[in-house]
Write a protein that binds this ligand. Structure first.
Ligand SMILES: [Zn+2]
Length: 260
């Protein structure tokens, strides 16, 4: 599941392929995407130039010279497939952006949950997003302030994009383990010292040196998780047993012995 580092990497690949280039066509292929991007919208962005590419949370924004913005979200499985307009189309291509130089950018997604929409000039369809998990100004003061009145546990709070943007189920589980923090702890009751530790842990799990982007999503990387998807296995820190519980409809993996 793409989280901040994976989406950041995808946005950079997209930038290398598309920045400064002109759109020849944008075609939604899957019915779900045809409902999100109308034929009139597709026609309207033909001939527009891609001026800037931005990541915000797990959203990718393609800013066009007309002031409009193409907004893409990979959800669970999306990715870019970059090729040329004369090549074979990926069987899981759900939408295709073709550029006038012959580049073809396919939004591929086995499960077809990804979205691609168009925002008019001056409009934004993005939900409310909190401070970026990768933002150097993200600190314990910010967390203490945004968590102060939350009546939920720390784990679902960290998953809430309006609190911190970019983290998902994997990085949250790993950061809570690094911070030795119990995912069930009420968000408003996490001590100042633990919040400081949590900030360091978030930086650590997102660090490209320590944790290469994609590490958590490829098969080889899976065995290197501290807790994620390791139910019943031994905790690498204390020898306790990793447990799986469900919080807000999502699996949480943690070690009840050393995460407090
Ligand atoms: Zn442990």
């Amino acid at each position: 599941m793409p989280e901040l580092p994976e989406v950041e990497r995808a946005a950079r690949r997209l930038g290398r392929a598309a920045l400064g280039k002109t759109i020849a066509s944008v075609k939604p292929i899957h019915p779900a995407l045809k409902r999100k991007l109308s034929p009139a919208q597709s026609r309207a962005i033909k001939g527009k130039r891609i001026e800037r590419i931005e990541r915000r949370g797990k959203h990718q924004l393609l800013h066009l010279d007309s002031g409009e913005t193409i907004v893409v979200h990979f959800r669970m499985n999306g990715d870019w497939e970059i090729g040329t307009t004369d090549g074979d189309l990926d069987p899981f291509a759900r939408a295709v952006i073709e550029l006038t130089d012959g580049t073809r950018i396919s939004l591929v997604d086995r499960r077809a949950l990804s979205s691609i929409t168009l925002d008019k000039k001056g409009a934004s369809s993005l939900p409310k997003l909190g401070r970026e998990a990768s933002d150097p100004t993200l600190d314990a003061d910010y967390l203490a302030e945004v968590l102060r009145r939350k009546k939920i546990a720390i784990k679902p709070a960290l998953m809430d994009q309006s609190i911190i943007a970019g983290l998902g189920n994997i990085y949250v589980a790993e950061a809570l383990w690094e911070a030795e923090l119990d995912p069930r702890r009420p968000a408003a009751k996490v001590s100042r010292a633990k919040l400081e530790k949590l900030i360091d842990a978030i930086r650590l799990v997102l660090s490209p040196r320590k944790r290469r982007p994609g590490r958590y999503t490829d098969k080889r990387g899976a065995s290197r998780f501290a807790v994620y998807d390791r139910e019943g296995k031994e905790c690498r820190r204390c020898g306790g047993t990793v447990e799986r519980i469900v919080q807000a409809g999502r699996s949480t993996y943690f070690c009840p012995k050393c995460q407090r």
